[in-house]
Design a protein around this ligand. Structure first.
Ligand code: DAK
Length: 258
């Protein structure tokens, strides 16, 4: 792959978007490679957590590649749109937990990429924004859908309509960032969180992710019923038996993810 670095170890995969000269802007080749690596990881039961970050010290992803986009016809834009949106949805629905380690600019498609991830840990140097309407387009990787769901309709409209860039603390304040760290702490803290999650009953974590993601797209009554079905499945797992038995015996549970 030309634009993605993939590293793995101890159940954790790290995907680095690697076009630092263009501030890791997503061109179509990068999106295609991202799709390929996401598909491969999704099939891997040994990988439990995925970390997505940007190469270099300045940027997570500064958006879609404007140079490549500017001359598209509407038909080409539609084709690119369909493929790219699929990749982002695949990230959102991966069986693994996905953490964005936002190390700098997360603009346009970069902000949208971070929003596909389950959790956003960010460096104090991170900057978020949706500059699209300044370029004559609207957010197209479902930013108009995921941003209001994360931070509320009013704040999402303000960010999208004004194109204002916000810093890490503001992103934290409005719920876009889960935690803010010094730049040198970002990756160690991300791995620390990944390991903490992996120490839990991973089958249950996966069900909780499915319940949150799918339940939010249902009417309330259906979402409660859906959660109830997934909750019931937990009682078919070894981890549920072991987790509760360990509590009764006042010892640490040995959880296996099954
Ligand atoms: N695309 C292409 N190149 C970019 C880029 C981008 N988004 N962002 C930065 N670069 C390049 C710059 O052109 C520059 O290249 P050279 O001139 O050195 O060759 C290099 O990265 C360094 O950038 P700067 O010199 O501008 O660095 P500064 O520190 O001065 O400024 C900045 C950093 C992040 C504030 C600035 O680069 C900037 O404003 N960048 C553009 C940010 C932006 O507008 N992003 C949103 C793009 S629109 C789609 C769905 C969604 C989308 C597209 C399609 N479909 C469904 C198909 C999403 C659209 C977007 O994301």
């Amino acid at each position: 792959m030309n634009n993605i670095i993939f590293e793995e170890g101890k159940g954790i995969a790290k995907i680095i978007i690697n076009r630092p000269k263009a501030l890791n802007a997503l061109n179509s080749e990068t999106i295609k490679e991202l799709g390929t690596v996401i598909n491969e990881i999704s099939e891997r039961e040994d990988i439990k957590v995925v970390i997505i970050t940007g190469a270099g010290e300045k940027s997570f992803v500064a958006g879609a590649d404007i140079t490549e986009m500017k001359d598209l016809t509407a038909i080409q834009a539609k084709e690119l749109s369909r493929k790219a949106q699929n990749v982002f949805s695949e990230i959102e629905n991966m069986p693994q937990v996905v953490i964005a380690a936002v190390n700098g600019y997360a603009l346009g498609g970069g902000c949208e990429l971070s929003m596909c991830c389950d959790i956003r840990l960010v460096s104090s140097k991170a900057r978020f924004g949706q500059p699209e309407v300044g370029l004559g387009i609207i957010p197209g990787f479902a930013g108009t859908q995921r941003l209001p769901r994360l931070i509320g309709k009013g704040r999402a409209k303000e960010l999208i309509f004004t194109t204002d860039m916000i810093d890490a603390q503001e992103a934290y304040r409005i719920g876009l960032a889960n935690k803010v760290y010094n730049p040198e702490e970002l990756l160690p803290k991300t791995y620390e969180m990944a390991e903490k999650i992996m120490s839990k009953a991973m089958y249950a974590v996966g069900l909780a992710k499915a319940s949150i993601n799918n339940g939010l797209n249902m009417d309330t009554e259906s979402s409660y019923n859906y959660e109830n079905s997934l909750w019931t499945i937990c009682f078919a797992t070894e981890d549920q038996k072991e987790g509760m038995q360990a509590f009764i015996e006042k010892r640490k549970a040995i959880l296996k993810g099954c």
